[in-house]
Design a protein around this ligand. Structure first.
Ligand SMILES: [Ca+2]
Ligand SMILES: [Ca+2]
Length: 121
């Protein structure tokens, strides 16, 4: 009876785990620009393991984006970048890199910027 129950649980968990591997099991709940890299407004985007997974039009200093349709998993390398013209003298700016360890608060402090990000289930 117990083995049968475990077998059923395994069968149900399979597709869910497959979905997690592509989408990520943690929701990026919020990203806040405490200090922007540009003068007052950045155009932040998120890379997950080197691939751009989410971007916003703009984010003003002191503001947060409360609904971010971005998902990550434990162990992922997540970077936040500020989009610029990406010409020779104005490349995109990397604002920081973190390794996801679970639900929590993450800080990004490169290029003179300070961003916070929270993950949730
Ligand atoms: Ca910039
Ligand atoms: Ca910018």
């Amino acid at each position: 009876m117990l083995l049968a129950a475990l077998g059923l649980a395994g069968a149900v968990a399979g597709p869910a785990n497959a979905a997690e591997s592509t989408r990520g099991s943690l929701h990026v709940a919020q990203i806040c620009a405490v200090t922007t890299e540009d003068a007052t407004v950045d155009e932040p985007y998120v890379k997950r393991n080197g691939t751009v997974t989410w971007g916003a039009g703009s984010l003003r200093e002191g503001n947060c984006l409360r609904t971010v349709f971005a998902y990550v998993s434990v162990g992922d390398i997540v970077e936040i970048w500020d989009q610029d013209t990406n010409t020779g003298f104005d490349p995109h700016d990397k604002l920081g890199t973190v390794t996801i360890h679970g639900v929590g608060e993450y800080h990004f402090r490169e290029s003179g910027a300070f961003y916070k990000m929270w993950t949730e289930y």
